[in-house]
Design a protein around this ligand. Structure first.
Ligand code: HEC
Ligand code: HEC
Length: 222
């Protein structure tokens, strides 16, 4: 079953079907809202990532990976396995057009071009670690980690423990490396300390966005 973004009546059907799977479930599939929230905003305290506003292609790919047993999680694997391709496509389209659960503008304005180098998370996120061939995370995930296009998911405000686990899984080759193996290769080169620090940095972003934006403006940094 191919992607159907350009046929608008079909797209409208997909959105309606997707909303139903999200809020009510169906055909043996649990309602996603139970864990990911009615607006796809996630439940940070429980470690359930937000899905709202992530790219449809990215989301569908993750569901296929869980279903194929290539991305591992004891909760999500059986749920994805119970979904048929049309359900995966519909719910991914629906979720991708829900409003993002963070203030993208405030976060984008918060470009910490030169954070304090002793703040490892902020430094790696915004400057990278070129001695170890690690590009700045914001180069692909956007300033403030708001995500870019359909393939680079947002990171801002994802549960820190969730992000840590993803990076550890990539390092251990337990999560598919993603498009062009970009993310898998980067995680391979990260130290455990860097993984922990960037996960905490992006996990803490939305709450601190307003203050940090003000500080950045005052210091004259771009
Ligand atoms: C019982 C709780 C629960 C339910 C219900 C649930 N999920 Fe999840 N979901 C999780 C957890 C936990 C994770 C994190 C998995 C991991 O650590 O890899 C997750 C992760 C995901 C991801 C990966 C997100 C990312 O950023 O890579 C997608 C996509 C997803 N879920 C979609 C769905 C959909 C669609 C449904 C409904 C059909 C659903 N989930 C129902 C708990 C749940
Ligand atoms: C060259 C581009 C690129 C750079 C630089 C990059 N990423 Fe990624 N990242 C990706 C892609 C592509 C994906 C989607 C992978 C997939 O489809 O499975 C991704 C996904 C992720 C995810 C998964 C999000 C989720 O919802 O599960 C995390 C976490 C992540 N990246 C963290 C980082 C961190 C931390 C850095 C900086 C050290 C970084 N990325 C730098 C391309 C990049």
């Amino acid at each position: 079953m191919g992607m159907i973004f350009f046929a608008s009546p079909v797209w409208a059907d997909a959105v309606a079907d997707g909303r139903k799977i999200m809020t009510e479930g169906g055909g043996g599939v649990i309602a996603c809202a139970t864990c990911h929230g009615v607006n796809g905003e996630g439940m940070a305290a429980a470690g359930f990532p937000y899905l709202a506003g992530q790219g449809a292609t990215y989301l569908a790919e993750q569901l296929k990976n869980f279903a194929a047993g290539e991305r591992h999680n004891p909760v999500m694997e059986p749920i994805a396995k119970a979904m048929n391709p049309a359900q995966i496509e519909a719910v991914s389209i629906y979720l991708s057009q829900l409003p993002k659960p963070y203030d993208a503008l405030a976060l984008t304005n918060m470009v910490e071009t030169y954070p304090d180098k002793s703040a490892m998370g902020a430094w790696v996120a915004n400057r990278g670690d070129w001695d170890n061939n690690i590009p700045a995370c914001i180069q692909c995930h956007g300033p403030g980690g708001v995500g870019v296009g359909a393939s680079f998911p947002a990171l801002a405000g994802l549960p820190a423990n969730y992000m840590r686990q993803q990076l550890i899984d990539w390092k251990a080759e337990k999560r598919p490396a993603g498009p062009l193996s970009l993310m898998g290769d980067i995680a391979q080169r990260m130290s455990d300390q860097q993984i922990s620090a960037v996960a905490d940095y992006f996990g803490g972003l939305p709450a601190g966005a307003a203050t940090k934006a003000a500080v950045t403006t005052k210091s004259g940094a771009r």
